[in-house]
Ligand binder design. Structure first.
Ligand code: SF4
Length: 101
């Protein structure tokens, strides 16, 4: 695969800024933004689209490598949103009461 020049967006942000922005896009499952920030957007998009070409999957919380059930990024994001109320609801469902009160 031939190496290409960084995109103007990647150049404008600088290496650190682009890397940070790419990490944020990855965490948000914003695939189009990830492609934009890639050093070679066309190749990045082409690889992604080999298995998930549908436009509706450009914000899917997974890719084809691990799939929707085993995406650790997806599970990590859900963990961060898990609240104390969620924990109490789960404990209530399994019959544990008064935990942590
Ligand atoms: S499916 Fe796997 S490789 Fe793809 S985003 Fe999730 S953790 Fe990363």
């Amino acid at each position: 695969m031939p190496l290409t020049r960084p995109t103007s967006l990647a150049t404008a942000l600088g290496a650190r800024g682009r890397d940070d922005e790419l990490s944020r896009a990855r965490f948000a499952f914003d695939w189009n933004r990830q492609f934009e920030l890639s050093l070679d957007p066309e190749t990045a998009r082409a690889y992604h689209d080999e298995t998930l070409p549908e436009e509706g999957l450009k914000d899917a919380a997974f890719c084809s490598m691990c799939g929707p059930k085993f995406c650790s990024m997806n599970h990590s994001a859900k963990t961060q949103k898990f609240t104390e109320a969620d924990a109490k609801a789960v404990l209530g469902q399994i019959g544990v009461t008064g935990a942590g009160a």
